[in-house]
Design a protein around this ligand. Structure first.
Ligand code: SAM
Length: 272
């Protein structure tokens, strides 16, 4: 008797129906890519589905936090209606506080982008890859008039909210619902930000980050890794530095490191 091959589309649909993903929305190509990869690695379909669920949980990382998006939208609309830069920044900071990655960066923001752009030059076009709420830091970036900002994420609700934000602050570009490990960004730019996510991407599939870096059509890639574990108890600086060096080992790109208290940044001159 021949064994039926697993119905990949049925598995994808079933995983997408999970209550937590119904609320946030998740790009189907992400689920499909993880399911196919786990079917190839695991001994049977049951083990593959279990493993795919665990991987998606880490990739979506909903445990890092989300604002109430309707309330956040109203807060931004009210702040932008005042036209006051300090009020707009305060609203952005309050929303960024709702996600671990941006909350940890708040105390650094005054110096974060000035120090990075002192190395890369101030970009005209930014690609913010696996962005979460980081586009709300645009008011701290000092981008020139006419600048464009492209933000990529697989969390549908976040992407919709970010498009509202970009329109409210009059920033060109767009937020795109796109798994950038399945469909590489097609936009070209001066700087691609890939902040605090490569350690998670390499857990999804080892070796997955370098082909993305190769595919990015930008002059500079700005990567970062956290300096401490999520609990804050352990330093991870050496392990993650080794990971970044390993990924970049076969490329001739010069790298400038910038160390902040909670984040180690690598400015990679791909084609400066
Ligand atoms: C830890 S957060 C990092 C956020 C941001 N880069 C920062 O440092 O503030 C990871 C974000 O990446 C998104 N993400 C994960 N894998 C992705 C992928 N393959 N393509 C696009 N977005 C992805 C998640 O949905 C989440 O919003």
């Amino acid at each position: 008797m021949s064994k039926q091959p697993p119905d990949v589309e049925a598995i994808v649909a079933e995983i997408a129906r999970n209550r937590k993903y119904r609320a946030s929305g998740v790009t189907e190509s992400t689920i499909r890519d993880i399911v196919l990869s786990e079917l190839a690695r695991q001994p049977n379909a049951k083990a593959a589905v279990q493993s795919a669920r665990r991987k998606l949980h880490e990739v979506m990382a909903l445990y890092l936090g989300d604002p109430d998006y309707d309330a956040a939208r109203a807060q931004l609309e009210a702040a932008c209606a005042t036209g006051d830069a300090a009020t707009i920044r305060a609203a952005c900071a309050a929303i960024m506080r709702e996600h671990d990655s941006t909350r940890e960066r708040l105390p650094l923001l005054d110096e974060f982008y000035p120090r990075i752009f002192a190395v890369t030059g101030t970009p005209q076009t930014v690609l913010d890859i696996a962005c979460a709420l980081n586009p709300l830091a645009i008011p701290w970036m000092g981008l020139p008039p006419g600048a464009r900002f492209f933000a990529y994420d697989i969390h549908r609700q976040r992407v919709a909210f970010l498009n509202t934000f970009l329109a409210l602050v009059g920033m060109g570009g767009a937020a795109l619902e796109q798994d950038i490990l399945v469909d590489y960004p097609q936009e070209s730019g001066d700087v691609a930000l890939l902040l605090k996510e490569i350690h998670r991407m390499e857990k999804r599939r080892r070796g997955i980050v370098l082909p993305l870096l190769d595919a990015l059509n930008v002059r500079w890639i700005v990567l970062s890794s956290p300096t401490r574990s999520r609990t804050g108890r352990h330093t991870v600086i050496d392990a993650y530095r080794e990971q970044v060096r390993g990924i970049l080992a076969g490329r001739p790109w010069p790298v400038t490191e910038i160390e902040f208290a909670s984040e180690l940044v690598y400015c990679i001159a791909k084609a400066p």
